[in-house]
Write a protein that binds this ligand. Structure first.
Ligand code: 3HC
Length: 295
């Protein structure tokens, strides 16, 4: 079995920075690549803040925090991922962007490097097939917030070898995660069930069933969900939710995946949820409050 020591993470957004943190926490050397220095800095600060909180709570020593941060290298240069044994792609949910990236990586990396994508809805075989290593290519889908969520979906495409699948599953376990195996079907397990639910929450708001706050409160207190559907859509990112829904609708042509017009309008308006400061809720003040959408 190939032994994994150095892991490349491409994309340092909410998912990429969380992935980089848990991989470094598990003792691996991590090389994180972003296209812009500003995004690298934001990710570095986010990890630092989370670890500092762990130090303050007595869950991590100052020395362990320094050692963990020392295992992460930050770079703008894709070439620095050449030495990685495993590369995790966590860039924007866009087929062509991801394919372009994997074409470049395939030329850059030795044949032994395993590629995985953190895609939540794009077909793994469609990404793998632009490389010469489709047998050493799998899906590894993490959940937000990555340091807290136990689940990882491990996705085997029709071209993933049994050995690659085993290595990637073992790697997920080594991160302290609980893997589930999913076929290479759009949305895998979680998003197949979650996305229609989030969209239904938005449809309920659009139909005037109740206010955003009451829809969320109903699901929090009525079903014991940690977040209601609108809060959760804001948390995932409305742009991301919209992209995933479109990909799933395109794939299955089923109404339940069709993004409601309100979601589209919010994305166009730049209301991308928590990360942009505004979505169904406004996060710019000390306490979130519902955004006035004129509904
Ligand atoms: N990153 C890391 N740690 C976080 C965090 C984050 N984003 N948000 C909260 N935490 C930590 C806090 O620091 C705190 O730690 P402490 O014990 O040291 O104080 C602890 O979590 C609890 O914090 P809070 O009391 O503020 O938060 P909650 O108890 O309200 O829990 C939550 C926050 C875990 C995010 C919870 O609301 C939750 O589980 N929400 C649902 C998340 C979910 O469903 N995720 C899946 C989304 S789908 C997805 O990712 C797939 C994609 O393809 C769409």
């Amino acid at each position: 079995m190939a032994s994994i020591k150095t892991v490349g993470v491409i994309g340092a957004g909410i998912m990429g920075s969380g992935i980089a943190q848990v991989v470094a926490q598990a003792g691996y050397t991590v090389v994180v690549r972003e296209a812009e220095q500003r995004l690298l800095d934001t990710a570095r600060q986010a990890i630092d803040r989370r670890l500092q909180r762990a130090v303050e709570k007595g869950r991590l020593t100052v020395e362990d925090k320094a050692a963990l941060l020392g295992r992460i290298r930050w770079t703008l240069a894709l070439e620095e991922l050449r030495g990685a044994d495993l590369i995790i792609e966590a860039i924007t949910e866009d087929l062509l962007l991801k394919q372009d990236l994997f074409r470049i990586l395939d030329r850059l990396c030795p044949p032994s490097t395993i590629f995985v994508s953190n895609t939540s809805s794009i077909s793994i075989v469609a990404l793998a097939s632009v490389t010469e290593r489709a047998d050493r290519f799998a899906g590894l889908h993490f959940f937000n917030p990555v340091p807290l969520m136990k689940l990882v979906e491990v996705v085997r495409s029709i071209r993933t070898s049994a050995e690659t699948f085993r290595i990637v599953s073992d790697f997920a376990v080594s991160l302290g995660k609980e893997p589930v195996t999913a076929k290479d079907q759009c949305g895998f397990i979680v998003n197949r069930l979650l996305v229609p639910y989030l969209l239904d929450g938005i449809r309920a708001l659009e139909a005037g069933v109740a206010s955003a706050a009451d829809i969320d409160k109903a699901m929090r207190l009525g079903c014991n969900h940690p977040m209601g559907p609108l809060e959760l859509a804001d948390f995932v990112g409305l742009d991301t939710t919209y992209a995933i829904a479109n990909i799933m609708f395109e794939e299955f042509r089923e109404q339940r995946y069709a993004p409601p017009p309100l979601l589209k309008k919010m994305v166009i308006a730049g209301y991308h949820g928590r990360k942009s400061g505004r979505g169904f809720y406004d996060y710019t003040g000390p306490m979130p409050h519902t955004t006035d959408l004129g509904l």
